[in-house]
Design a binder for this molecule. Structure first.
Ligand code: S3P
Length: 449
């Protein structure tokens, strides 16, 4: 069943405390790392979204048992050689870029072949970024045009590698780290910094990882083949999900929100730094550390004096999943906002730069887009009164949620298609919106096929 949403009213003022679900990156990493531990690992507050369910389904197909309970998720890992599965089994990574890239790392020593596939959006995405380093480790990979479906088989003799990663991709870095973890010897990665959850988890598991920070690049060295025991892990809230409620509050009148218990790892908080530069009233409270990850409550107030930003490129990987919502905020900020070196946005669930450009034009905002840069001419008094229909976004969950925030803050009438996509990362998004007072109407389309 596909669902279309109709929104005809802005959200009224609100003053609430909310909790967003567990972080998606951490939830997927927990599933993958727990599958390689020895014994029962338990995660609390794991995200129960489609991408995480795809990860659980993947390890199950590879022979690892799990229980997804109301309060926790238990995974019964069998160590580095614990996968057992028949030759040529098919694994469906669904929509998940993170799962489909990271799983190559765990399959470095697999004896049998798997055929990895994904949904329509994932099947359009580039895998050369992981195929190249994995072949250097000795993995056997067959693919057409570096896209899914891809056949993968491991090797009995993986070789540690030296690799330079220039995209600032945490998925590539993490895929290499997972393969390195199962490979005897020292793997060295020189990379542009990106989210460092895998490194933090390795430290938490006491794996021999060394990280040297440089000016532009950092170097990570991992000594492989050290087993680890099962572990417990508490997953904090996802800043990428929080971003939609931060924007909702900033763009509404006389409202306040406290988003409790959010992961504020420095490699993820680009959005907070960007919004502070833009004059947003956003504050971190009750800062603490848990399992090696920083956590805080995020307090936000409506902000009607937002100004544009000339966004430094070093912010890019720290806010990579938040750009759509940042662009929306820029459309009502005073002045011209500028972003550069953001071509990676074209390689997400949909081409997010193209989507943003079309979206902002549709609502009357002037933009200038090149292959890798974007300019937004903000209109602080933007008031919409037409009907806006949002469709054909490759079911990109973040494009869909950004459209809801626009609909609830800018006025006009909105029809948003493919809202099922939201369950990829944020199954209770609509429920939280409604708890803040949002009025959303639905049209259900039944598919008889
Ligand atoms: C992720 C890394 C990022 C991000 C994705 C999650 C991760 O992708 O966009 O949503 O969990 O490692 P890239 O590594 O391709 O930038």
């Amino acid at each position: 069943m596909k669902k279309k949403a109709y929104i005809n009213e802005k959200i009224k003022k609100f003053n609430k405390e909310i909790i967003v679900p567990g972080d998606k990156s951490l939830s997927i990493r927990f599933v993958l790392l727990a599958s390689q531990a020895i014994g029962k690992s338990v995660a609390y507050n794991i995200l129960k979204s489609q991408d995480v369910l795809s990860a659980l389904n993947t390890i199950k197909k590879l022979g690892i048992h799990y229980n997804l309970n109301k309060k926790n998720c238990e995974i019964y890992g069998k160590g580095f050689n614990g996968f057992s599965f028949k030759n040529n089994i098919k694994i469906d990574a669904g929509n998940s870029g993170t799962l489909s890239r990271l799983i190559f790392g765990l399959l470095i020593n697999s004896k049998n072949t798997i055929i990895l596939k994904g949904d329509q959006s994932l099947s359009q995405r580039d895998f050369s970024r992981v195929i190249k380093p994995m072949r250097m480790f000795g993995q056997n990979i067959e693919s057409k045009n570096n896209k899914l479906p891809i056949k993968v088989r491991g090797t009995n003799f993986p070789r540690p590698i030296n690799y330079t990663e220039v995209k600032g991709s945490a998925q590539v870095k993490s895929c290499i780290l997972l393969a390195a973890m199962k490979t005897a010897g020292k793997t060295k990665i020189k990379c542009i910094p990106s989210r460092d959850h895998t490194e933090k988890l390795f430290l938490y598991l006491d794996l021999p990882i060394k990280i040297k920070k440089g000016k532009k690049f950092e170097t990570i060295i991992l000594n492989g083949k050290k087993n680890y025991k099962a572990f417990n892990y508490v997953i904090p809230g996802d800043i990428s999900s929080s971003a939609f409620f931060i924007a909702l509050t900033l763009l509404s009148k006389n409202s306040k929100i406290l988003i409790k218990n959010v992961n504020v790892n420095n490699s993820r908080t680009g959005i907070i730094d960007i919004l502070k530069i833009m004059n947003a009233k956003i504050y971190l409270k009750n800062k603490r550390t848990n399992n090696g990850e920083k956590i805080a409550d995020i307090f936000v107030k409506s902000s009607n004096k937002l100004k544009s930003i000339n966004c430094p490129a070093k912010m890019n990987s720290r806010s990579i999943d938040e750009f759509l919502i940042i662009f929306l905020i820029c459309s009502v900020a005073n002045g011209v906002s500028k972003f550069r070196k953001i071509s990676e946005l074209r390689n997400k669930e949909t081409d997010r730069l193209k989507f943003a450009n079309n979206f902002l034009k549709k609502i009357g905002i002037k933009t200038k887009m090149t292959k890798s840069s974007f300019k937004i001419y903000g209109k602080p008094n933007l008031k919409l009164n037409k009907t806006y229909e949002i469709k054909n976004f490759d079911k990109d969950h973040r494009a869909c949620m950004m459209s809801f925030i626009a609909a609830l803050t800018l006025g006009g009438k909105w029809i948003i298609h493919d809202t099922d996509s939201i369950k990829t990362s944020f199954p209770n998004f609509i429920k939280i919106l409604k708890s803040l007072g949002a009025k959303i109407n639905w049209w259900k389309i039944f598919l008889f096929q």
